[in-house]
Design a protein around this ligand. Sequence first.
Ligand code: FSX
Ligand code: SF4
Ligand code: F3S
Length: 364
Amino acid sequence: MDKRESMWDLYLKKGMSRRTFVKSCVALTSLMGLSSDKVSKVVEAAEKKPLPVVIWIHGHECTGCDESFIRSGAPLASDLVLSQIALEYDHLLSAASGEPFEAHLHETIEKYKGQYILCVEGAVATKDNGVYCMSGGHTFTSTLQHAAQNAAAVIAYGSCAVSGGIQAAKPNPTGSSGISQFAGKTPVVNVPGCPPIPEVMTGVVMHVALFGTIPPLDGEGRPKQFYGNRIHDTCYRRPFFDAGMFAESYDDAGSKAGWCLYKLGCRGPETYNSCGNMRWFQGMSYPIQSGAPCIGCSNAHFWDDGAMSSRLPKFAPPIGDVDKIGAGLAAVTAVGVAAHAAASVVQKKKHIADEAKKNEGAGE
Ligand code: FSX
Ligand code: SF4
Ligand code: F3S
């Protein structure tokens, strides 16, 4: 096989400084959820390891995942694609098309057998021998099987690839499912979300690329560093949940003042993802910050689970109990436990309720 360049080789070739290289390695270390004492290991790997060959295929989906990925801010997707990985094939990003493009896919698989990372977006349409999802004259099922079984690792990118997504929603006319059953013995990393946070994808790809292993996974095959917390655990509206202060409609004064969106069907209490701490678009915002409840887009079968309805989350107190939480906190205050925290919450509740009344009055 020809000698492939490392990330450092490429930085040198482009005339980029050692300082820029080390800065990129520091950024990658934090992106992979590693502690700062691992920076030297990342630098060493980035100096020596050849750029990872990545093949990126798309099945039954909306392409929103790749659209999310190309908006990765830290690192920029362009830096990743041009300087940190060797992206050999991508249905969306490659300029080539037609027979030479398809031939290149098969050549890459042969040439880098057992070494490349396969990123997969979209579900597999299994019904009627896979005819509902075809490209280049092949069913996606056969392309996926061939590419996955010869890969070093497979990354199932997006809820469609992980569990079938909207294609698998009832009545699932195409027999769509997630991809893992088609990967043979190749390890699969699940990165759910519709779409997932772009920097999460970058972090997972670079972890496999630089360390040659998949990151630590939870019981559902998701990288622990990104899916270890519920949205509810890191939500900035959480003090209002604890105080029993809930928005009653999308645009009421409470919603605008940051009250909890639980009564509007927020799935934060049952959804694991990093939206609350990483946020989107370089930390700019995320659904709850924009006034929309979490619809649980990282959960399997969230479409069938009433994602767009105001059904209350399964793993939180029933609404009657939730309404009592604020009163419960006040009682706790009375016996002097967590007095300051609870009192400030109750005080805030009164203050915000007064403000909300004022605003509503002003709006009439
Ligand atoms: Fe699914 Fe992704 Fe949702 Fe769309 O590739 S996870 S429908 S954002 O595009 O597959
Ligand atoms: Fe945040 Fe939703 Fe939890 Fe309320 S229910 S605290 S809005 S995650
Ligand atoms: Fe999805 Fe909920 Fe985050 S809807 S984008 S997991 S806040």
